[in-house]
Design a protein around this ligand. Structure first.
Ligand code: AHR
Length: 662
């Protein structure tokens, strides 16, 4: 974060000049209210959409490493040499499918060279392979020889023109499958690199699970996650992480739903599946989008633990996506789905003496993952959902009464489907109910008071998926503009002010590959070399890292600040740091002079820490080239007694921290 003294901030300087003439708005802050800010309040929503997992967070650089895509050569290209042509007397490369019905990895590649020769197989990666100068990469492959004379394998990292950036050779031996590894160091940074696998000699060699990982992964875990992307998440200090989605939980059909049990164990043996976002949108087809599940449920729990977030898995409730096939599991066949939920709780929390706790231990985590909540279905609606939810709730509550259940009101934040689910879930004494809002910025400004009059005798709210849409929901023209982010900030002051009823909130979706996305807007964008947070990311981060522990209030003329004079505000108290934290959104196109008056319960240090996120152009965005175009600026200002006179820049979010003197 940039840090500046207030006198160097041109924007605030300009504003100070205005101050003499502008009308002053008085904001009064009261601490000592009852009610806490939930530690889970601000979290993250993860889904494997936009190449968020494979090609994104999961750092594997080889696409279709096991030749299991529907078209087994997807991502791979054969290069014949002048002396070698395929399907001729020279030899060939074939994809072989074994018939073992229990195999999760039935295909492998066989290179046959009839005489001393060579040919090359290249992998294009996920829209290229990102390579960084002097960084080390681990290549690994399963291989076996099938003829009397061995075939050597030369590995190359190449730039976009085929120039070699690193090279190594492996010499597989024997007829049994064995894993071979080698390290490669790239001599150049290349965003669009590729991996070349060159077969040299005379003979027959089989290969499978051809893999390339950067050694610089999160916590340097071999086969781990992209460090820069996890760092962006960790920097948010999220209260929870929801996974694995989203619609991906539900599947287009029931048999393509997300099944957590298929995503644990040896990552290389996890059964691959077509990603549901592969062909969801005709306007953004992604025929090469599959799920390898290298990032599976064990890794999700591990990630949650690493970044200090409470895990929130969401499971299929026996309903395929109602926007797609809407297939339903008959009620009398729902047991395996319910059992999956019970087993997942055991996998996360059970002792190592239990069946699933033992598997967790075998994977390297004997201790509990401290699971406290679980979601039943993603974005379901109608009586069919309520009927199924009841069965899950009964089973989970009777075996695990301390686990909180997350249910949902469907895809829309109002209307018939919403009203029906809300009424039923209240009757069922639901714990946490997931509401989704993909709306225009105006909706977010207008709905900042949405929870002020919510029924306090009903369930708690999980604002599970929200994002302001600059054009329209699902429009490929949507951008992560500053105006969108500002409107979300205004709405979030309302969530925070109602922290007694809103327990959790997350922006969605989280990640998008700049060349491989299907859905926009998204919180964090990345290419094969770098990543950036959108203005929306900085809003989320500012709220999350300035959460506080207890509710406080900020009022304008005795009323909650939810749009009067274009201002939106919320306040909390932090017991750990003895600070009052105020967040103010000025949605006006002009600066606003405020007189912030704190209650006199305690004395305050005269130096107030401020952070400002602002931009004079509501359409401004961040990008790979200008990642910090809209980003926070830290500064300090001086207050007198318990009052602070402050000019709020136009279209700004300002966070202030007032230190209470002990
Ligand atoms: O966030 C993208 C999609 O929006 C999610 O998968 C789904 O839950 C919602 O419709």
């Amino acid at each position: 974060m940039r840090r500046k003294s207030v006198k160097f901030l041109p924007l605030i300087f300009t504003c100070l000049a205005v101050a003499a003439t502008a009308q002053t708005v008085t904001l009064k802050v009261e601490t000592g209210k009852t009610g806490v800010v939930q530690p889970t309040m601000w979290g993250i929503f993860f889904e494997d959409i936009n190449f968020g997992a494979d090609g994104g967070l999961y750092a594997e650089l080889v696409k279709n490493r096991s030749f299991e895509f529907t078209q087994p050569m997807t991502g791979w290209t054969l290069k014949e040499s002048s002396k070698f042509s395929m399907n001729s007397a020279s030899g060939d490369l074939s994809i072989i499918k074994t018939s073992d019905p229990s195999s999760t990895n039935a295909h492998f590649a066989r290179a046959t060279l009839h005489s001393e020769n060579s040919f090359t197989l290249t992998n294009e990666g996920f829209r290229g392979i990102g390579l960084k100068k002097d960084n080390a990469y681990t290549f690994s492959v399963m291989a076996r020889q099938q003829a009397a004379t061995p075939v050597k394998i030369q590995i190359e990292l190449q730039d976009t023109t085929g120039h070699v950036l690193a090279q190594a050779t492996i010499e597989p031996s024997g007829k049994e499958w064995k894993e071979y590894n080698t390290k490669l160091i790239s001599s150049k940074t290349e965003a669009n690199g590729r991996l070349a696998v060159k077969f040299i000699g005379k003979g027959v060699v089989d290969i499978d699970i051809v893999s390339l990982f950067p050694q610089d992964t999160w916590k340097n875990r071999p086969g781990g996650l992209r460090a820069d992307l996890v760092q962006l998440l960790a920097d948010m200090k999220p209260g929870f992480i929801r996974f694995p989605g989203g619609c991906i939980v539900e599947g287009f059909h029931l048999d393509t739903r997300y099944q957590w049990k298929k995503t644990i164990g040896d990552p290389k043996q996890r059964e691959l599946m077509k990603n549901r976002w592969n062909d969801e949108f005709k306007h953004r087809p992604a025929p090469d989008y599959f799920q390898s599940f290298g990032l599976g449920f064990y890794e999700y729990f591990q990630l949650a633990e690493d970044i200090g977030a409470s895990p929130l898995p969401i499971l299929s409730c026996g309903m395929a996506c109602q926007f797609n096939s809407a297939e339903l599991v008959p009620i009398d066949e729902l047991d395996p789905y319910v059992q999956d939920a019970l087993d997942l709780i055991e996998f996360a929390n059970g002792s190592t003496q239990t069946t699933w706790g033992k598997i967790r231990e075998q994977m390297g985590h004997p201790g509990s993952f401290n699971l406290k909540m679980i979601g039943v279905g993603n974005e379901q609606w109608g009586p069919q959902y309520i009927e199924r939810y009841k069965i899950f709730a009964e089973a989970i509550r009777s075996k695990y009464p301390d686990i909180k259940l997350v249910s949902g009101t469907g895809p829309f934040p109002e209307g018939e489907l919403f009203d029906y689910a809300a009424k039923e879930l209240k009757t069922l004494k639901a714990d946490l109910v997931d509401e989704h809002y993909y709306q225009k910025p105006e909706w977010f400004f207008k709905n900042a008071g949405r929870y002020d009059n919510y029924d306090r005798s009903s369930y708690k709210i999980f604002a599970g998926e929200f994002a302001a849409q600059s054009v329209a929901t699902v429009s490929p023209e949507n951008k992560n503009t500053w105006l969108c982010a500002l409107s979300e900030a205004a709405f979030m002051t309302g969530l925070e002010r109602n922290g007694d009823v809103v327990y959790m909130a997350s922006y969605a979706p989280l990640f998008a590959h700049t060349q491989g996305w299907q859905w926009t807007p998204d919180l964090i964008w990345f290419d094969n070399l770098s990543a950036y947070g959108t203005p929306n990311y900085y809003v989320q981060k500012l709220f999350s890292t300035n959460k506080g522990t207890n509710l406080a209030s900020v009022t304008l003329d005795g009323k909650a600040v939810e749009g009067q004079q274009n201002l939106f505000a919320s306040a909390t108290w932090d017991n750990n740091t003895s600070e009052v934290i105020i967040k103010i959104v000025n949605a006006a196109e002009t600066p606003t002079q405020t007189d912030i008056q704190l209650d006199t319960k305690r004395k305050y240090s005269p130096t107030v820490k401020g952070t400002m996120l602002a931009n004079s152009d509501p359409n401004s965005v961040n990008s790979i080239e200008k990642p910090k175009n809209v980003s926070p600026i830290d500064y300090t200002v001086q207050m007198k007694g318990s009052k602070l006179l402050l000019i709020l820049p136009p279209q700004s979010l300002v966070v202030l921290r007032f230190k209470g003197k002990v």
